[in-house]
Design a protein around this ligand. Sequence first.
Ligand code: ADP
Length: 494
Amino acid sequence: SRWSEKQSKVLGDIAEEFTLSTSQLEHLTTAFIDQMQAGLAGDQKSTDLAMISTFVSGRPDGHERGSYLALDLGGTNLRVCLITLKGNNDFETNSKAFKVSDHLQEAHISELMDFIAISIKEFITSEHISAKIVEHPSDSDTLELGFTFSFPVTQTAIDAGMLLRWTKGFNCPGAVGNDIVQLLQEALNRNKINVHVAALVNDTVGTLLAHSYKHPNTFIGAIFGTGTNGAYVEDTRGIKSMKNPTTDEMIINIEWGNYDKDKRFLPVTLFDNKLDRESINPGVHVFEKMISGMYLGEITRNILLHLIDHRLLFDGTSSAKLNQHWSFETKYMSQIENDTTATLIPIAQILEQDLGIYLNTQVDREIVKFVCQLVGKRAARLSAMATAAVIRRGLSVEGRLAGHGYPLKLSEGDRAFGSVHESTDSTIDHSLQPIHVGIDGSVFEHYPHFEERMVEGLTELLGSRAKDIVALGIARDGSGVGAALAALIATKNV
Ligand code: ADP
C-alpha cells in the first residue's frame, strides 16, 4: 500500500487493539456466562448483568389468532397499535402515533395516563379499527393490551411493574415506586374505556415473542440499534429467585448493555475511554458503548482525530464539523464500508458534504475506511460473543435449550458444537431444528457485513456447524407484535 511507514505503524497498533482474537472472545464468553449465572442466582454484587425475570412464561408458535392492542412508550412518541393475529404465522398491524408534548413529559403521572387512555379511545373508535376488532375477536370479552414501556422497571408479575426511575427526559411526579400497569388501568377505568392491561414488556422480550410467532422456538431476542440488549428463554429451575415455579420456562431480560462495567474483561481502548468519560452515563453500559449505533461513529471520530493530530490523516487538518461531539454518525460508517470502488470517490463525498473535509487524498480515504472496518468488525464480534454465551448457557442447562427440546447434548468440557453428540432420548425428533435468534435494530439490519462478521464470530465460539444451527433473523416491530403476543400469553396461558 502507499501508506507511509509512520501511518502503517500507528494504524497497525490501533488495529491490534481493536482486533479480537478467538481466544479473547472465548475468555469474554466464559466471563459472560459466569455473570449470567451470578445474576440468575441473585448475586447482584458480583455481576453487571441484571438478569431480570419478565414473568413471560410461554412462547407463541404462530397459530394464535385474535385482535390485541399494543402500546409503545419509549420517547417523544406514543404508538398505539392494533395487532391482528391471523394464525399461520401471519399478522397485520394498524397503528397511530401520538406526540407526547414537553408539558406531558413532566406533568403528573395521572395526566400522562389520561392522555394515553384518551389516545387509545381515539384509536379504537376510528371506524377502520373497530371494524377490524369485530372481524377478528379474541377469546376475551374485553380488549386485551400489551404495553412496551422502555424505562427501568422491576417486575413482580407479567402485569405488574414498578418504575425505578425516569430516563430520556421524562420526569412525571407520582410514578416512581408505583405500578405502571395499575396507573394505566386506573386511567382507562376513569375514562370508561373497556380495555384490560394484560402485560408489561421490555422491547427485547417483544422482539423474541414477535420472532417466535414466525419461527416457533425462537430462543433469543436481541436489539442492535441505538443501544443493545438481549432476552432469552431460561429454564425456571435455573432461576434461584423463583421459589416455586409453576412453569418450565421464563424469558429473562439480560440487560447485557451493562456487561463488564468495571472493564475487567473487555479490551477497552483509549478511544473507548474518551467516549465513556464524555457520555451522559460514564462508567456504565461499557459493552453497549463498544457495539451500538449511538456510539460506533463517535469511537471512529476519536480515532480519526488522533490520526489527524499525529499528522497522519488529512494532512493534519480537521474541520469544525468533525471536531464536534457525535458529528460522525454510525450510518456514515455503513456508507463508507459500502464503498468498494477503486478510487473511493463516494467516501470523498461523505467527507466533503457531511463532514466539511475538502482536502482528502485516496490514501486518506483508505485510512478512513480501514478505521471503520476495525470499529465495525469489533462490534459485530462482540455481538457474536454475547449471542454465543447465551446459547452455550442454554445448552448447559440439562444439556438442552430450555423448553426447546433441542436434540443435542454437550458432553462435559465441550464448548463447541463441533463435538456435540445426539441425545439418545427416542421421544425427541432428531431432525435438527435451528436455534432462532430474532434481531431488531438498524445496526444489524443496515451495517454492511455485520451479520457475516457475527456468523464468523459464532463459528469460532460454537464450532464449524454454527451457521447451520444458529439462525439469525430480522424481527421487526417487537414493541408492537411482541407486546400483543405478551398480552395473549398473559390471558391464555399458552
Ligand atoms: P432504536 O434502536 O432507537 O429503536 P434503530 O434500530 O433505528 O432505532 O437504531 C438507531 C441507531 O442506528 C442510531 O444510533 C443510528 O446511528 C444507527 N443507524 C441508523 N442508520 C444506520 C445505518 N444505515 N447503519 C448503521 N447504523 C445506523
